[in-house]
Design a protein around this ligand. Sequence first.
Ligand code: HEM
Length: 445
Amino acid sequence: MDLASSSGRALPRGSGAAEERRAEEPPGLPPGCELPPTRQTARWVMRPLAFLEELRARHGDVFTIRLAREPPWVMVSDPELLKRVFQAPADVLHAGEGKRVLEPILGLNSLLLLDGERHMTHRKLLLPSFHGDRVKLHEAEMRAVTEAEIARRPAGVAEPAAVWMRAIALEVIVRAVFGVSGEQRRARMRDALHELNVPANADEARAPAFLRARERVDELVYEEIARHREDPDLRRRDDVLSLLLQSRYEDGAPMADVEVRDELMTLLVAGHETTATTLAWALERLARAPAAMARTVAEAEAGGGPYTDAVIRETLRMRPALPMVARVVKQPFELGRWTIQPGTIVAPSILLVHHRADVYPEPGEFRPERFLERKPGTYTWLPFGGGVRRCIGAGFALLQMRAMLSTLLARARVRVVDPEPEPLRTRAVTLTPGNGAVVAIEPLT
Ligand code: HEM
């Protein structure tokens, strides 16, 4: 499963596009980058933070960027305006519509892709699976999966942590969300998911290789749904699939199999790469900050603690796995002194608001202590988005990251080979470490 294959969306489509684009643009856009879309795309991919910070220095907290093959994006990083965006009525800004590229994999009933009333109905069905008490039930498994993966790593060999973090995050989803039990069935599911990549465009979504991989995954997912439905102990199971099968619409109807399938795929796509990338960034940051590493290691044996949580929050601040979210404007939308017209994308810039010096002094410094001293602000710390679209897996992700980090640091020491920080890259919709967070781990004896 590679989310990044959808990077095709933000790839250059050839020179001369800038002028074409301008003619079709909605009127009254805030000023912004004047480079051709191909060059803006290259900067967005290769130097996202520098690109956005330069534009903010020139234009302030609201500006427009133009990426190849995309409508104009109005980037926002003012906390008051972000509040307006996240609280906007569901018929004015659409969150689901901007993610249509995911439809071939997620289907028509995915929480990520729905808007308006259907979105709220589905959100209510999914939310109970992610309540704190429920999520806690998966902690022991998260630790066990991490231990098994650490035992497989070759000692002392420098390799990208992002790769094995993805393996751990995938295994956790296969067990805790899909509820697959038995090593053989898990291996089949893992293998099938490995073959399935998110198509970048309509052509890729029609390609036989994609259709075959999706068919194989669907076959296994429907088999798992049937197996769960037949299980007389369904009520005693803790996995998300079991809870979805027991959930009911307001009229008492259960979810159809296809709806359950689409939500399982949604949780996989939304939850696995994001968590793995954040953990990879946490290691990338910590391995270059010996004092912070020492404090985190000191809490590891006890399973993590306030400092470990602060490390995770600071990592999510400096390196949010999703650097922005997108809203398609459906009706004229007042944003400060601008009226944004339909057809535009309003994009809360999570990365930029997390680098405001007035909120986070010396924002380029990795300083977990910031989050020991105070709680994250609703509209100044937004790694999980906000409003009615806020990440439903946030509690699950925070718990998993604490479990993974503390389990790893209780068993091994983590060492960097190159002391230079890794560059930031935008890969599809995620902000990733340029080299995949290369570290060596030395197991403790
Ligand atoms: C560090 C890990 C994670 C990060 C940074 C993250 C971030 C986000 C963000 C920013 C959004 C809002 C998208 C928008 O406004 O358009 C979101 C939504 C969502 N996330 Fe997460 N997420 C993470 C982990 C997870 C996990 C573990 C799951 C589930 C297993 C999950 C499931 C979802 C779902 C279903 C939505 C859609 C909510 C809706 O539209 O109502 N996420 N996530």
